[in-house]
Each structure stands twice: as structure tokens, then as C-alpha cells.
Design a protein around this ligand. Structure first.
Ligand SMILES: Cc1cc2nc3c(=O)[nH]c(=O)nc-3n(C[C@H](O)[C@H](O)[C@H](O)COP(=O)(O)OP(=O)(O)OC[C@H]3O[C@@H](n4cnc5c(N)ncnc54)[C@H](O)[C@@H]3O)c2cc1C
Length: 229
């Protein structure tokens, strides 16, 4: 969004090509199409198959793209230590995936209740929605839940069941400034599966709500304020 806005306002005859293996987010897709049709070309469901950084070209299944500058994001996965510890999810054939297998109600590793797993490295939380959002808010909440589990167990008590939530603030346009907040809430269904409900709040006139969120989280986690606030 920032790059598209910069190209447009500075009248730079460049183009931002988003090579996106997924389908994009509806809200962003709309802004790209309506406000930046000459600046952004969004290729959805397009996976990078090869890349030549010296010739400055990359190829998807359908397109060959020449670039002056590129930001390449490799396939994501849990850090290698998770694989070394044998904690990755496996499919029906036993082939390891990219993320860690865990118990969604207690956050311990599947097969070893002494190992707790939190944050981005987690794999599937529920067959109903897949993985939790990979956000810092989510990671912090999971850390607290895992800590409560450990404390309860060390006191010989049953931990109080808790599920995390996620809050994500993002900007959907630069001028005029427009923001969006995405909240994800979770609960355990009668059959024991975790369900997800996601709400998007559009805010055409943000007044620093993201900064207030950051101050609240920093205060809660570190007991301190942030620089400048
Ligand atoms: C560009 C960007 C913007 C984002 N914006 C937001 C946002 O606005 N709000 C939000 O909530 N979230 C945001 N996120 C997501 C957020 O940063 C992550 O969800 C969060 O950092 C996950 O925390 P984590 O502790 O699980 O993993 P990480 O922060 O990735 O921490 C894992 C750590 O483990 C270390 N490590 C790996 N292997 C080893 C090893 N063998 N030994 C020792 N250390 C090891 C790594 O170096 C790393 O420091 C953003 C992410 C990106 C990339």
C-alpha cells in the first residue's frame, strides 16, 4: 500500500507486481483495483517457481516477470530446531509439514506434555479453521496461557482452560489514512473442537488506536511504557 501510494503521488512510472500464492485480502484487493489500478498488478494464486537474481527475472507457472527490485519472501515454516526435536506435524503418510503439532487446549507438544509451544511456529489448531493467526498479540496470549498451565501443574491443580485471541491493526490506505482492525476470538465447542470467529472493523478516521494497543501490550508484558508514549 505504501509503495503503491508512493509511486502514485510521486508520479513514478513504476509498477508494483504482487506475486501472491494466496487469494489476497478482499479489502486490499478492492483498494488496489479502485485506487491504484496503474500502480499495482496483483497476481493471485501465483507461486514463484524460479528466480534469477542476476538476470532479475522470476517465473510463475504462467508468467515470466522482469524486475528492478524485488522483495522475496520464502515459504514460511517453524524454525529448524522444531524439526530437529521431531515436533513437526505429519500428514497421513508420515511426511513432516512446516509447522509444529500441538494440543490446542493445553499448548503442549503432541506426545510430550513437558514441552510447550507458542507463537508463529504452531500448526493446525482446529480442523474447523486451520492455524491461529500468526500475530504478536496471539503469541503473547499463548505465552501467558502456557505459563498459567505450568504454574497450575506445579501446584498440583487443574489449569483453568483459556484460549488466546488475536488483534491486528493494519492500514488500508495512506491518504486519506484508513485503518482496519481484525479481531479473532476462539471458544471450545461441545465436541472439544476450537471454533474461530473473525470480525473486521473498518476505521476511515484512525486516531492512534494502534499506538494505544501497542502501549497496552507493552505495559502488560513488560510493565513499561513505549518510547514517545
Ligand atoms: C513485517 C511483519 C509485520 C508484522 N506486524 C504485526 C503487527 O502489527 N501486529 C502483530 O501482532 N504481529 C505482527 N507481526 C507478526 C509478529 O511479528 C509475529 O507473530 C511474532 O513475532 C511471533 O512471535 P514468536 O515469538 O512466535 O516468533 P519470533 O518473533 O519469530 O521469535 C522466534 C525467535 O526464535 C529464534 N530462534 C529460532 N531458532 C532458534 C534456536 N535454535 N535457538 C535460539 N533461538 C532461535 C529466532 O531468531 C527468533 O528471534 C508482523 C510480522 C511481520 C513479519
Amino acid at each position: 500500500m505504501m509503495i503503491a501510494w508512493w509511486l502514485k503521488t510521486r508520479r513514478i512510472p513504476g509498477r508494483l507486481v504482487l506475486v501472491d500464492a494466496g487469494g489476497g485480502m478482499q479489502r486490499f484487493n478492492r483498494v488496489f483495483a479502485e485506487r491504484f489500478p496503474d500502480q499495482v498488478q496483483h497476481l493471485t494464486h501465483a507461486t514463484v517457481k524460479s528466480l534469477d537474481p542476476f538476470a532479475r527475472t522470476l517465473a510463475t507457472e504462467f508468467d515470466a516477470i522482469r524486475f528492478d527490485d524485488a522483495i522475496i519472501i520464502p515459504p514460511q515454516g517453524a524454525a529448524d530446531i522444531v524439526r530437529q526435536a521431531g515436533l513437526l506435524e505429519t500428514d497421513a503418510a508420515g511426511t513432516p509439514g512446516a509447522w509444529a503439532a500441538f494440543d490446542p487446549l493445553h499448548l503442549h507438544a503432541l506426545g510430550d506434555e513437558r514441552i510447550f509451544l507458542v507463537g508463529d511456529l504452531l500448526g493446525r489448531a482446529s480442523p474447523l479453521f486451520g492455524a491461529y493467526p500468526k500475530s504478536a498479540h496471539m503469541a503473547a496470549r499463548q505465552g501467558r496461557i502456557a505459563a498459567d498451565e505450568i504454574i497450575a501443574r506445579s501446584r498440583g491443580k487443574m489449569p483453568v482452560q483459556a484460549l488466546p485471541e488475536s488483534v491486528c491493526h493494519l492500514y488500508t490506505d495512506v491518504e486519506p489514512m484508513e485503518a482496519m482492525r481484525i479481531d479473532a476470538q476462539y471458544r471450545v465447542r461441545g465436541d472439544g473442537l476450537v471454533t474461530q470467529s473473525v470480525r473486521q472493523h473498518e476505521d476511515p478516521q484512525p486516531r492512534g488506536e494502534d499506538q494505544a494497543w501497542l502501549r497496552g501490550m507493552t505495559q502488560e508484558i513488560l510493565g513499561a511504557g513505549t518510547a514517545g508514549g
